[in-house]
Design a protein around this ligand. Structure first.
Ligand code: GLY
Length: 353
């Protein structure tokens, strides 16, 4: 078992990483919620048939009354209507302030269930059991929970740390290959922004089989980096912004593909390549770096560039009437394994793009 502690004062929690952890969910949750009677387990229609029985049986064996609350799979479920439905369903279930909510699924389920847990009864205990690579290395750690609004993604939310994160790498075996590789974009990001040796380690493992052979080390390394960043800047006012490497331009690509053509991970992969090239133009990034990055991402079957119009770039960087003239902070790499914020007028950025 690999264990990491996110040591936030008063809100400390462990991330447990081990193959075969899912059937131990009950005893692990009981250890952090000794007095809870009921657990609302939020999941989605793809994950429920695969893993809900194992988790519910384990929770029941640990003395919990656990009930499943499935939502349709996909980003569309991360909305205020679904959130309000969960609130009402939790009340019907008889959830009290000493009970808890468990998120069993990917980033959508984690964000939605986490925001429901943060707000129902003014906050109940929350446990993350992430089932996608993206959720394991990013969204399940650090306490960002949210729903999407018509105006954009994650626009209503909170910082609400879980009480425990349970990661069973075995659940990744059922992910479709593109979903697994989309998660790899965020994994590669950690190498880029924080750890050049980790980037080299990943570069030497271009296939899913090779990556899965070392998956516990990969999850541990990513979560350890995220843990350190979150402990330094929980509320995202400083260091945490380095986690956005590739995300500003990635957002433009998601927008260009209407959130359908490109997954978040694919868009981030192309966004990191574009940011690396911008860094070279802005004389921040070494000239050889974009090629190394493109080679690794292409080897994983991820896109290294995506077509995008000037209007889509402008919308993604907020260069509308309100934002005209303002600066934007880009995350650039001054070397492999180290990210720095770089402020630039939005109009200049648009010209460069
Ligand atoms: N996913 C970026 C963050 O947690 O700050």
């Amino acid at each position: 078992m690999k264990t990491l502690t996110v040591a936030l004062p008063g809100r400390e929690y462990d991330i447990l990483i081990e193959r075969g952890l899912l059937p131990q969910a009950g005893e692990r949750v009981r250890a952090v919620l000794p007095k809870a009677a009921k657990l609302a387990v939020v999941t989605d229609s793809s994950v429920a048939p695969l893993y809900s029985k194992t988790v519910l049986d384990s929770l029941a064996a640990a003395g919990f009354e656990a009930k499943l609350f499935p939502v349709p799979a996909g980003e569309e479920s991360k909305n205020p209507t679904q959130l309000a439905r969960l609130w009402e369903d939790f009340m019907e279930f008889g959830l009290t302030r000493t009970d808890g909510v468990v998120a069993l699924g990917g980033g959508v389920v984690g964000d939605l269930a986490g925001f429901a847990a943060a707000t129902v009864l003014r906050g109940v205990a929350f446990v993350q059991i992430p089932t996608t690579l993206l959720a394991q290395v990013d969204s399940s750690v650090g306490g960002k929970v949210a729903v999407d609004l018509k105006a954009g993604k994650n626009l209503a939310g909170a910082f609400y740390q879980p009480r425990l994160v349970l990661m069973d790498p075995d659940v990744l075996d059922t992910l479709p290959l593109p979903v697994f590789m989309a998660g790899m974009a965020e994994v590669v990001k950690y190498g880029c922004i924080w750890d050049a040796d980790f980037f080299a380690f990943l570069a030497a493992r271009p296939s899913r089989g090779e990556l899965m052979a070392d998956i516990e080390h990969i999850l541990y390394t990513c979560c350890d980096i995220k843990r350190q960043v979150v402990m330094d800047d929980e509320l995202d006012t400083g260091l945490r912004m380095i986690l956005n490497f590739g995300h500003t331009l990635g957002h433009a690509y998601e927008l260009a593909g209407h959130y359908v053509e490109w997954s978040h991970g694919q868009a981030v992969a192309a966004g990191m390549c574009a940011a690396a090239k911008l860094g070279v133009t802005l004389q921040v990034t070494p000239a050889e770096l974009p090629g190394r990055l493109e080679q690794v991402l292409a080897g994983l079957g991820l896109p290294t560039s995506i077509c995008c119009t000037a209007e889509e770039y402008a919308a993604a960087i907020g260069l509308d009437k309100k934002g005209a003239g303002a600066d934007i902070t880009l995350i650039l790499l001054d070397k492999m394994g180290h990210a720095i914020p770089h402020q630039i007028p939005k109009t200049d950025l648009l010209k460069l793009l």
